[in-house]
Design a binder for this molecule. Structure first.
Ligand code: NAP
Length: 334
């Protein structure tokens, strides 16, 4: 079936989405961004992917987060995005902030993984072709590679930005010490790091304990949180059972045996608090990450437009009383 011609919602920037400045850069990002890690590959229905992406854009989500190996299969989320660029989003290219990354395994052999200049530059070439783009807005080193000199990885980012194939550079999953070196290197080469992308949610607080949030601010970088819903745990998805269409049912990145009776009890406690706040559990979990102004944006995943619609309302109330925070701490840090 041929899709009707897409015309973006006229009120897409007046629909309630708020925007935050990304460190000390000129870029502002929506508080909620959409990530294409798991549900946009070639095993997902294209019509559903298209609907979610366009719904996001119609609601002020102008930042889409990708990586070379998102799918499944590897590369196919970028290919899906490229198809939607061609069919719908091309007229809006200048309104979009699109990321991709390289750093984890992508193709066989020694040059399809980790942090070498060869890998980063050739991977970005491939990503641009799949996404049907001339440039991405931000290109990330997806992880710190202790076996490659950090200067090599960072110089590759600098050269990529100089080549015009990315407008900004970012890092993801860097431990504090390597992040400090990366920030300094990039700044001294006039390509300041735009974003550090790290896992951060109520149940995973390493960025706080490792000082990554304040470190990003000190270096003029933004901080963007991934898996803010702990891959779906911090939603109503698993309160009764493991649904057959859920991420945990695939037993891959989210393991079935991580959903213990104790965890479910604690999630039910969180759900009761969310009810009192007039939020869904997912909305409260996103609001909890966004309560800190050191966070520029949260990158949510979704497997349906209704999940995305639920998540969009999170930013309506990001204030928590000391009592509420205490309850959350008790339930998530036990
Ligand atoms: N830099 C990195 O190394 C890295 C690593 C991981 C992720 N990321 C980025 O972060 C993005 C988000 O990661 P994530 O997918 O793990 O995020 P997440 O937002 O923590 O989890 C998304 C999953 O939660 C469930 N969900 C979402 N909204 C829901 C709602 N309102 N009600 C019920 N369930 C809901 C869905 O699960 P079901 O699919 O079961 O429905 C969805 O697939 C990725 O797409 C990627 O862009 C980056």
């Amino acid at each position: 079936m041929i899709n009707p011609v897409y015309s973006a919602a006229e009120d897409r920037y007046e629909n309630g989405m708020k925007y935050r400045r990304c460190g000390s850069s000129g870029i502002i990002l929506p508080e909620i961004s959409l990530g294409l890690w798991q549900n946009f590959g070639d095993t997902a229905p294209l019509a559903r992917s298209r609907e979610m992406i366009l719904h996001a854009f119609d609601n002020g989500i102008c930042h889409f987060d990708l990586a070379n190996n998102y799918g499944p299969s590897y590369g196919s989320a970028e290919a899906t995005f490229g198809r939607i660029m061609d069919s719908d989003l091309r007229p809006y290219r200048d309104e979009l902030f699109i990321s991709t990354k390289a750093g984890y395994d992508m193709w066989p052999g020694p040059y399809g993984d980790k942090g070498s200049r060869k890998y980063l530059i050739s991977s970005l070439e491939q990503s641009l072709k799949r996404m049907k783009l001339d440039y991405v807005d931000i290109f990330y080193s997806h992880r710190f590679d202790p076996d490659t000199p950090l200067e090599e990885t960072m110089q590759a980012l600098v050269d990529i930005v100089r080549s015009g194939k990315a407008l900004y550079a970012g890092i993801s999953n860097y431990p504090a010490e390597a992040a400090a070196t990366a920030y300094s290197y990039l700044k001294s080469h006039d390509v300041p790091c735009l974003l550090h992308q790290v896992k951060y949610n109520m149940m995973h607080r390493d960025p706080e304990t490792e000082g990554l949030l304040s470190q990003a601010r000190e270096h003029g970088s933004g901080f963007i949180a991934f898996s803010p819903l702990a891959q779906g745990l911090l939603t109503g998805r698993y309160l009764e059972s493991i649904p057959s269409d859920s991420r945990a049912s695939r037993d891959a990145s989210l393991k079935k045996d991580s959903i213990t009776p104790d965890l479910i009890q604690r999630l039910k406690g969180l759900k009761a608090l969310a009810d009192e706040r007039g939020q869904s559990l997912a909305q409260m979990a996103l609001a909890w990450v966004l309560k800190d102004d050191l966070v520029t944006s949260v990158i949510v995943g979704a497997s349906s437009t209704s999940q995305l619609m639920d998540n969009l309302k999170a930013a309506d109330n990001t204030r928590f009383s000391a009592e509420e925070l205490e309850i959350i701490n008790k339930l998530t840090r036990a």
